[in-house]
Design a protein around this ligand. Structure first.
Ligand code: GLY
Length: 314
């Protein structure tokens, strides 16, 4: 099968770069990182990289992870501030450390040490969205500056009301190259107005990201807490490992989420999965009707946007 890339709908921004690399004989790892990097740099999407919606106190914190299906090598970073391309830092963690995940200041120190360049991630648009939200329902800017501890105490009660179901976007791609290697890559600025330091599923291997050449790859977008609790990306792979078809494996992993007891479920239960089997066949599912994903192979001139299978959580 020709090289193939599948991803969340915003992966359209980077998919051609991945295909170009595969056409030139490049590998799945380079292709996945190139695609995600373009999405992180794009201001078109405010759920990833530069332009991402900030946390409760107005800071953009980024999470990303990458996994190589050949040897299950993985790298991840969480709650990284000031570095625009967490996917590259995650790859570096995978390549040069004995660790899988670095977070916060330690991840930033690592990025600096390896020559990554800091940049302002908060755009005027994202700052304005944050300011409006804070004014509507949250603590005032003055309080944020005056007493951060008091802010945390107060805000924890109201914070969940500030979360909005439409602002936990993320991007992901799964790439399979000609040699059969499958790489999954995920990047996000996380849930808009999230608690500082909150990590979703995107940097958690097994939750938002999993790849194993023997079976396939899966990646999630949506409310990360659900994918963490159910190990959703890994579940897709496990269901395939135990004989389910790609479509059935994704369906089953989605259904697992309906068993979660959750007081926040009604306002915020959104989950999306993109998945690929070991042969490069792809599918995607969503709890939302009409959600889409993108796919392109090296013999296609352009990406195709397809509708995800709708799997409501009952
Ligand atoms: N899926 C992204 C997040 O929950 O942060």
């Amino acid at each position: 099968m020709a090289g193939v890339v599948v991803g969340s709908s915003n992966a359209r921004i980077g998919i051609q770069a991945a295909i170009d690399i595969l056409r030139d004989g490049g590998n799945a790892l380079d292709a996945a990182v190139a695609a995600i990097k373009l999405i992180e740099d794009s201001l078109e999407d405010n759920s990833v990289g530069t332009g991402g919606i900030p946390n409760l106190i107005g800071q953009v914190e980024l999470d990303a992870s990458i996994m190589h299906g050949k040897n299950l090598a993985s790298g991840a970073v969480g709650a990284v501030k000031q570095y625009p391309n967490p996917i590259e830092i995650a790859r570096k963690v995978m390549d040069v450390t004995p660790h899988v995940m670095l977070a916060g200041e330690g991840a930033e120190l690592f990025a600096k040490h390896h020559g990554f360049k800091p940049a302002e991630l908060l755009t005027d648009d994202a700052r304005e969205m944050w300011r409006k939200r804070i004014e509507e329902g949250g603590p005032s800017q003055q309080r944020i500056e005056e007493d951060r501890y008091e802010l945390f105490n107060q805000a924890v009660a109201d914070w969940a009301k500030m979360l909005h179901k439409e602002i936990y976007g993320t991007t992901n791609v799964i790439v399979r190259d000609d040699s059969g290697d499958i790489v999954t890559a995920v990047s996000t600025s996380g849930w808009g107005f999230k608690w500082p330091g909150r990590l979703g599923d995107s940097p958690i291997i097994g939750a938002g990201n999993y790849a194993d050449n023997r079976f396939g790859g899966a990646a999630c977008t949506g409310r990360g807490e659900m994918a963490i609790r159910s190990a959703t990306a890994h579940s897709v792979i496990m269901y395939m490992r135990h004989g389910k078809s790609l479509g059935d494996a994704v369906h089953e992993a989605m259904q697992d989420l309906s068993h979660l007891q959750d007081p926040y479920a009604e306002r915020s239960n959104t989950m999306n999965i993109v998945a690929m089997d070991r042969n490069g066949n792809v599918t995607a599912a969503s709890t939302s009707e009409s959600a889409t994903y993108v796919v392109q192979t090296t013999d296609m001139d352009a990406y195709e946007e397809r509708t995800r299978t709708h799997v409501p959580l009952t």
